[in-house]
Design a protein. Structure first.
Length: 408
């Protein structure tokens, strides 16, 4: 091996021994994200008022909706976000060990993730979160040299800030999303988009899907702003950074007491608030905005952290299957959208708006199981997932063999 190849190999970072528990937890988060997103990706969420009355009259739909709000809503993007912060700490730590410029590597990685997210948002699905992750991720280096207490204080500040923000918006009757709403209405009228679900199900031209996605991008911005999602994501990233710097994930046994207490306290706080949040959700969100945000905050985060702690302690038998999709999370996340477009949109088979909510949930679980099995077969042959391979090569600027060598 010549000198240039040695330098390239060091800069690209040899594939280090991965921590299986983190990969498995990432796979677990992907399952929950799939269940949450497929309510919209199957177009179930776009039933008009008449359809909704008929669907919600079905007790099984009501129960499924309640359980999704109670057990799934927000909890798994919480896990995913914390894992993102942990991943940042690992990237920087590994780069420092190699004597590489970890921050430069990380910023390149975030810029590429921003590109993946933009392509996902504008070519497949308006529900993308990768762009937000990339944008908020670029703030993490500013906290790298902070003490553990400072990181936790900033995390708590950002996680609780939406309660203050929603109180101000409600008290003074503010409309921070007004410009994005106007843009959404403009593009909807310009393209003649009527009922969203029927448009996506019946239009067979990909050009029509692109028109919807232009409008949908502005709608997505209104969701982020109205829910203060950027504050929430940054707070969760910082929680992950704290966990990563403490290396709690590296020795579960040594941190069993901390994880057990997190699980118990998280369930004790989260379950009552999650029940109230679920009831509020299925009855049309009748709580005033500040109270809704308060309930949501103390239902989603404690339960999400309890899920993480319980998984770390008791998931041994699930790790083998879940670690494979966790290793190629970017590929799995974006392909969940691609599969849905193929199955449920008019540009594909047009099967949207034809399932009950329990069927939607079972379908999402089936699609994730397919992804997990595919990921296992893929990673038996290849070193990276398809998108992970491209992402890594562009990050480090070197060619990396995709296929595993016989000695691996």
């Amino acid at each position: 091996m010549n000198k240039d190849n040695i330098t390239q190999s060091e800069n690209a970072g040899p594939v280090r021994k991965r921590i299986k528990k983190l990969d498995a937890l990432r796979g677990f988060a992907l399952l929950g994200v799939c269940m949450a997103n497929y309510k919209e990706l199957t177009l179930y969420a776009f039933y008009d008022v008449g359809h909704t009355v008929n669907v919600e009259a079905d007790r099984s739909d009501t129960i499924a909706n309640f359980l999704l709000y109670f057990l799934v809503d927000g909890k798994f993007y919480t896990i995913f976000s914390v894992l993102f912060g942990i991943g940042f700490s690992i990237i920087i730590g590994n780069a420092m060990q190699r004597g590489a410029n970890g921050m430069r590597i990380f910023y390149r990685r975030m810029l590429l993730l921003l590109g993946f997210g933009f392509a996902h948002l504008m070519l497949l699905w308006s529900g993308d979160i990768l762009m937000l992750y990339a944008a908020m991720g670029m703030l993490l280096p500013f906290f790298w040299n902070c003490s553990d207490k400072t990181i936790l204080r900033w995390a708590a500040f950002f996680l609780c800030l939406p309660i203050v923000s929603s109180t101000i918006v409600y008290t003074f009757n503010l409309t921070p999303c007004s410009w994005f709403f106007m843009q959404m209405d403009y593009w909807q009228n310009r393209f003649g988009i009527g009922d969203w679900g029927e448009w996506l199900r019946d239009r067979q031209s990909y050009t029509d899907l692109l028109k919807f996605l232009i409008m949908g991008a502005f709608e997505r911005m209104t969701e982020f702003i109205s829910s203060d999602r950027y504050f929430k994501v940054l707070g969760l990233f910082l929680m992950g950074l704290w966990i990563g710097k403490k290396r709690i994930y590296a020795d579960i046994t040594a941190h069993r007491k901390l994880l057990t207490n997190t699980m118990k306290i998280g369930f004790a706080i989260g379950i009552p608030f999650a029940l109230l949040h679920a009831y509020d959700g299925i009855t049309g969100f009748r709580l005033i905005l500040p109270l809704h945000t308060f309930v949501e905050t103390f239902s989603i985060y404690p339960l999400g952290w309890a899920y993480m702690a319980a998984f770390a302690l008791y998931s041994k038998h699930a790790d083998n299957l879940l670690a494979y999709p966790g290793k190629m999370a970017l590929t799995c996340y974006i392909s969940q959208s691609a599969i849905a477009v193929l199955l449920f949109y008019g540009v594909g088979f047009g099967l949207g708006m034809q399932m009950s909510l329990p069927q939607v949930v079972l379908t999402s679980m089936g699609i994730f199981l397919f992804q997990a099995l595919f990921a296992r077969m893929w990673l038996e042959i290849f070193a990276y997932g398809p998108l992970e391979w491209v992402w890594r090569m562009l990050t480090y600027g070197v060619w990396l063999p995709l296929r595993k060598s016989r000695t691996e």
